[in-house]
Design a protein around this ligand. Structure first.
Ligand code: PGA
Length: 267
């Protein structure tokens, strides 16, 4: 089944930006470079440190870059010190939120079960989750990639209706490829994205698999990004270090726009 999927390329800045004025400076520069988008076939997002979110929002004005946070809590309100309420995200106009980044699992005890609760919180509040899945080096070495991806999808999406998959986004991000010099090879990206699509067909049905956006993340730079974006099952790029600079981020947007226009014409 051939369908056009709106492409998405975005930046999760983790805590690399050290001040809110740095965040403002980035947006100013980006607006100068991009001026306007060439097509509405592409979405972009920036996920800053949440303390600087309002600065980002103010500086963006009506510039059509979407934004959100790098995590969210599963309850709307209550005694949960340090957490981010879905209601605050809504109030700030956030479109997207990262859920299940492997660093949340490694350092902060995130599990597939808490990930699922957070996705439900997004569903309830009409915020689009960007769910990260991916195997670690040992799991890959032991031939467990398919099982791990299946477990992450099955538990993470438990109880989530198929329609919501057309709004939310998946990122295939092998843990071993994060923070490296280079991304996973094109072969691995291609084969893993196909694996995820097959799993979506199994967990839902082929139409869900065909319309769900799956981005690639893990040491994306301008060089490997230009090749990865051309893989038909890859619907965009998820970047951290490669997108800390406004001119690089602009380049990523341009390469995604080019690919999206090409795909749209051939649909
Ligand atoms: P990286 O990080 O682009 O710096 O490898 C990606 C990520 O952790 O999502």
């Amino acid at each position: 089944m051939k369908v056009f999927r709106k492409m998405i390329t975005g930046a999760n800045w983790k805590i690399y930006k050290k001040t809110c004025s740095e965040v403002r400076g980035f947006v100013k520069e980006l607006k100068d470079i991009i001026e306007s988008f060439k097509t509405d076939l592409v979405d972009t997002y920036i996920l800053p440190d949440p303390i600087c979110l309002q600065s980002l929002v103010d500086e963006l004005g009506d510039f059509p870059v979407k934004y959100g946070t790098q995590d969210i809590f599963w309850e709307d309100s209550g005694s949960y010190t340090g957490e981010i309420s879905p209601l605050v995200l809504k109030d700030l106009g956030c479109s997207y939120v990262f859920i299940g980044h492997s660093e949340r699992k490694k350092y902060f005890g995130e599990t597939d079960v808490t990930i699922n609760k957070k996705i439900h919180a997004c569903f309830r509040n009409n915020i689009y989750p960007i769910l990260l899945i991916g195997e670690n080096a040992e799991e890959r070495k032991n031939g467990m990639t398919l099982n791990i991806l299946e477990e992450q999808l099955q538990t993470g999406l438990n109880g989530i209706p198929p329609d919501f998959l057309s709004d939310m986004v998946l990122i295939y991000e092998p843990v071993w490829a994060i923070g490296q010099k280079d991304s996973a090879s094109l072969e691995i990206v291609e084969e893993s994205h196909l694996m995820v699509r097959k799993l979506l067909s199994k967990l839902y049905d082929p139409s869900v698999s065909a319309y769900t956006r799956i981005l690639y993340g893990g040491s994306v730079n301008l060089d490997n990004g230009a090749r990865i974006i051309k893989i038909p099952d890859v619907d965009g790029l998820a970047i951290t270090r490669g997108a800390l600079d406004a001119s690089n981020f602009a380049e990523f947007i341009r390469m995604t726009e080019k690919e999206a226009c090409k795909r749209f014409e051939s649909t």
